[in-house]
Design a protein around this ligand. Structure first.
Ligand SMILES: [Zn+2]
Length: 509
């Protein structure tokens, strides 16, 4: 068990709200919208299925991890102590294939893509998980869990493989709604592969796969081999968070078989419910089709951001749709998001630069209190981020107008921006934007000022992202990358100052 994330200062103001939290979430398990109540009052444990590190992350990942970042930020803002665990799948056929293609190793492919993942997530202002276990580092827990399942008769070994026996587990299919008997009829006569022949039921799945010649393998009581994909999440959830967690997250494409199998493995071993709430995000469509590599409509986060789309524009774009619904990715929709963000960004820039900026007053003026209530109501409604964004746009409106006047050299606008009512409005905007992970971008303003005016110096958000990436590299003992990031920032005139407790401050030279 690890200590939960300490709540930010912003939560202190709303901590008293905790007893009245009325957050409702759609639980895939019950197929209903349910009021959220954690197992332990005031604490939330979350497990999110992470990436298989064989390639760069694409828009589908951005959409998913932004959605869950907003859930996490909102819970923290509500006053909960949240522990967020997300894995790296670093044993997988796709990684092995990639290593073979490029003549490198499974480790080299994984390391490179983990580094890229950390950097991409930091650019999108996604909070790093509290813990990021890797399959290769969780083998003891994985083997232990498989042994337990075998001892309980829920798993059987066959020729160096170990399979989970779905027919022995009552409740298999409860998440996805699959009927085993029906599926067996459909699958009858189609068992032609070697693996299929070893299985007692077509839905039985591998917990451990015996080693194939030339592949990396790990020792086990069943001989050399490697774990199946599903078992790693069951083992990591248990090791990091215990038998029952509050929320399990993932994309809708993971409901079956991955999450169904996680439930079966964990619940067969512990006799306890694995997760009380199962949340799934919708997929990303491009031109009405699901985004996939084979369709050639696949966009990496990196390619999109490097093409000039700002990270906060992408964030705003994804939050305009409900997390459960499919997200249609089109150039027009992205342009519209860019325009929306430009206005919000100008307002946030004004708040940040206002010399009179101060903490949000404890007693908000009635119209601001009402705006905050509308924001909370939207978020409580199964994370209705598009309605929450509407509150931000409304709060930003007068600030944005003032920012425009200031830009045109209207000196009176500065005095207006410093009035207590507008300062409070700005502070509320800043706080609620932060709950959605939206933060001011210097670069967007530079772009708005026209070609040739782009600033050479990185924005505050870019620097913070680099610092996060450097901290992650240090945590992974990758000091070469950490030093390279420091050197790169230094070249741009940014000095990093490491403080005790792992805090890094920075100065512009
Ligand atoms: Zn998983």
């Amino acid at each position: 068990m690890i200590p939960p994330t300490s709540p930010s200062h912003a939560t202190i103001q709303v901590r008293d709200r905790l007893s009245r939290v009325t957050l409702k979430l759609t639980n895939t398990l019950s197929r209903r919208v349910e009021r959220f109540e954690p197992l332990l009052p005031g604490q939330v444990s979350i497990y999110c299925c992470g990436v298989t590190v064989y390639d760069l992350c694409h828009l589908g990942h951005a959409r998913s991890y932004i959605a869950w970042d907003v859930l996490r930020r909102y819970l923290i803002w509500c006053g909960y102590a949240v522990t967020f665990v997300q894995n790296y799948t670093d044993i997988d056929d796709k990684i092995l294939n990639r290593a073979a293609e490029e003549g490198s190793s499974m480790e080299a492919v994984s390391e490179r893509n983990i580094e890229a993942f950390v950097a991409d997530m930091a650019r999108l202002n996604i909070l790093p998980p509290d813990r990021m276990p890797r399959a290769t580092q969780s083998l003891a827990a994985i083997r232990h869990l498989i042994e337990e399942l075998e001892a309980k008769g829920a798993a059987y070994s066959a020729d160096g493989d170990v399979y989970f026996a779905v027919m022995k587990h009552a409740g298999y299919g409860k998440l996805s709604g699959r009927d085993l008997a029906e599926q067996q009829d459909n699958a009858a006569g189609r068992v032609t592969t070697q693996e299929g022949a070893r299985k007692q039921h077509p839905f039985d799945f591998a917990l451990w796969k015996g080693a194939k010649p030339g592949e990396p393998s790990f020792e086990s009581p069943w001989g050399p081999g490697r774990p199946g994909w599903h078992i790693e999440c069951s083992a990591m959830v248990r090791e990091e968070l215990g038998d029952t967690i509050d929320i399990h997250l993932g994309g809708a494409d993971l409901v079956f078989p991955h999450h169904e199998n996680e439930i079966a493995q964990s619940e067969a071993a512990t006799g306890q419910e694995l997760a009380r709430y199962w949340l799934h995000n919708g997929m990303v469509n491009v031109g009405g089709q699901k985004m996939s590599k084979s369709l050639g409509n696949f966009t990496t986060i990196r390619a999109l951001l490097d093409s000039g789309v700002s990270p906060m524009t992408l964030r705003l774009f994804t939050l305009q749709a409900h997390y459960r619904k499919p997200l249609d990715f089109t150039a027009e929709a992205l342009d519209a998001a860019a325009t929306g963000w430009k206005g919000l960004n100008a307002a946030l820039g004004l708040v940040g630069s206002a010399s009179a900026a101060s903490a949000l007053p404890a007693q908000l003026p009635p119209e601001l209190a009402a705006a905050r209530t509308r924001f909370v109501a939207a978020m409580d409604d199964d994370l209705n981020t598009s309605a929450a964004l509407a509150v931000l746009f409304e709060l930003a409106k007068p600030l944005r107008a003032l920012a425009n006047r200031l830009e045109r050299g209207d000196g009176a606008a500065a005095a207006e921006a410093a009035t207590p009512a507008l300062v409070a409005q700005g502070q509320l905007l800043l706080e609620l934007a932060g709950v959605l992970g939206l933060q001011h971008e210097q670069a967007v303003e530079s772009q708005a000022a026209g070609p040739g005016s782009s600033a050479a110096s990185p924005s505050d958000a870019e620097i913070e992202a680099q610092i996060q990436a450097r901290q992650a590299a240090k945590a992974a003992r990758d000091f070469a990358t950490a030093d390279a990031i420091r050197a790169e920032l230094q070249a741009q005139g940014i000095e990093l100052i490491d403080k005790p407790g792992g805090v890094t401050e920075w100065l512009r030279g």
